[in-house]
Design a binder for this molecule. Sequence first.
Ligand SMILES: Nc1ncnc2c1ncn2[C@@H]1O[C@H](COP(=O)(O)OP(=O)(O)OP(=O)(O)O)[C@@H](O)[C@H]1O
Ligand SMILES: [Mg+2]
Length: 252
Amino acid sequence: MALLEVRNLGISFGGLRAVDSLDMKIDKGQLYGLIGPNGAGKTTVFNLLTGVYHPNEGIIQLDGENMVGKKTVEINKAGIARTFQNIRLFKNMTVRDNVKVGLHNEYSYGLFSGILRLPAYHKVEKQMDERAMDLLEVFGLDGEADNMAANLPYGKQRKLEIARALATGPKLLLLDEPAAGMNPNETDELMKMIQFVREKFDMTILLIEHDMKLVAGICEELTVLNFGTVLAQGKTSEVLNDPKVITAYLGE
Ligand SMILES: Nc1ncnc2c1ncn2[C@@H]1O[C@H](COP(=O)(O)OP(=O)(O)OP(=O)(O)O)[C@@H](O)[C@H]1O
Ligand SMILES: [Mg+2]
């Protein structure tokens, strides 16, 4: 069974068909690319998968469980985490605390322990600190743990977003143009990091990019969207050689 199965998914905004008849299956452990030019509907797919928008029609299943109609927070608890195209961090919190926010899916000490700072609170806080540091280390951010998120350079903020999403313990990680605004060296490093995260956490990742060349090297399967519809789909090598893709997309 696929980890994520999407069938006949669609949404319109007024007269605009932003996503139309989308079918997509992602197996556990896959690194899957969702690509397409500006306005193709990529972010809208993420918004549908995470309950920000509710589809006009279609099915979304995670591990066989229906996600349609659920709230964003319920979907996150069910196992879908995301990063945003425009960075959304808690800028006035430390780097460590940004990750700890994500960890609250897994750890809890109850309201009273939290308010009264009972021993249970301190024990859980310590566990969360350790987990947060482990995650920050993966992204080379452990040295920044006590800095304010707002003071991190842009590339590191992007990495922190991924660390925070991972902290929620997802089954499926959605990354919306994580390399946007990065220079070629940073982009290269980030792509390697994404591959590392996939292996270390046995993570399933759906990666949005508009630059096809970027994802071609690391994703084994792709869906190419254009004006909300699927232009091509399947193994990366086949999609890249698809004449429709070459004409409509690579020919830009
Ligand atoms: N809430 C909304 N209301 C109206 N139109 C919307 C809304 N959200 C998205 N759209 C429209 O849907 C289309 C797809 O937008 P979307 O943001 O999904 O594209 P994208 O593929 O992520 O593009 P980009 O590469 O620029 O990020 C666009 O025409 C956009 O203007
Ligand atoms: Mg987008």
